[in-house]
Ligand binder design. Sequence first.
Ligand code: SAM
Length: 277
Amino acid sequence: MSIDALPPLRQVIAAHDLSARKSLGQNFLLDLNLTAKIARQAGDLTECDVLEIGPGPGGLTRGLLSEGARRVLAIEKDARCQPALNEIAEAYPNRLTVVIGDALKVDPLQHLTPPIRVAANLPYNVGTELLVRWLTPDTWPPFWQSLTLMFQREVAERIVATPGSKAYGRLALLAQWRAEPRIVMHLPPEAFSPPPKVSSAVVHLTALPQPRYPAQPKLLERVVAMAFNQRRKMLRAALKGLAPDIEDRLIASGIQPTDRAETIGLEQFCALARTLE
Ligand code: SAM
């Protein structure tokens, strides 16, 4: 049984000739029970506006609406999807706004009222760029309460990675400094049509009211970017360009100058950024 009175997604795709385009990262979810399950990972949506990027034929959009989202703003680059999304908007009056455009260029905030949650089966090519953007606004807390996002499994693992692991790096530190990320679902390639080459995972990130440790965002980003740009080097070499007395600053932050970036925790990176203020 469908989660709503609309036709099954295979029928929608056939009716509107939505053959998947690789250039747009189109791997569609066709199982509405699965999209409703992903929507539930986003938490209680009944009091929230939801920003969805890349709705495609609307599987996750239907999940979000059937799970009670107050309103959904769906930004889709592929204009071919508009008629299919219009049918969903008609089935859920005044609850779905569709914007055809590039999510990297459209400002969603003029269409949304807080509290806002973000939920998306992101196009892989723009997914990481949007995540970094949402994690690095000029002021905190951000416009969103939570992000529930599909990624390639390998990217999801980088977001939740801890020091000492190969996946640990800039993405983990940015995500964990001011948010709480968790992998909440794993999906095999066969969950999508057409199936991608790799497995996927859904990551749920909750915005913390304030950063875990104080630091100026731009300084922390700079320190972390430099440290992981040359992750195999000792930090005294990798961070040489930051300050002439970098060794003293490392020691003052509880870091051995001979340590490598992948063994250093968030608290120490924040301490190091503070010595540069
Ligand atoms: N959400 C749908 C689902 O779960 O079946 C589709 C997911 S598909 C992985 C990614 C979607 O993002 C496609 O519909 C694609 O057209 C759209 N897309 C790609 N680049 C985009 C961009 N820059 N801005 C907005 N949408 C984009």
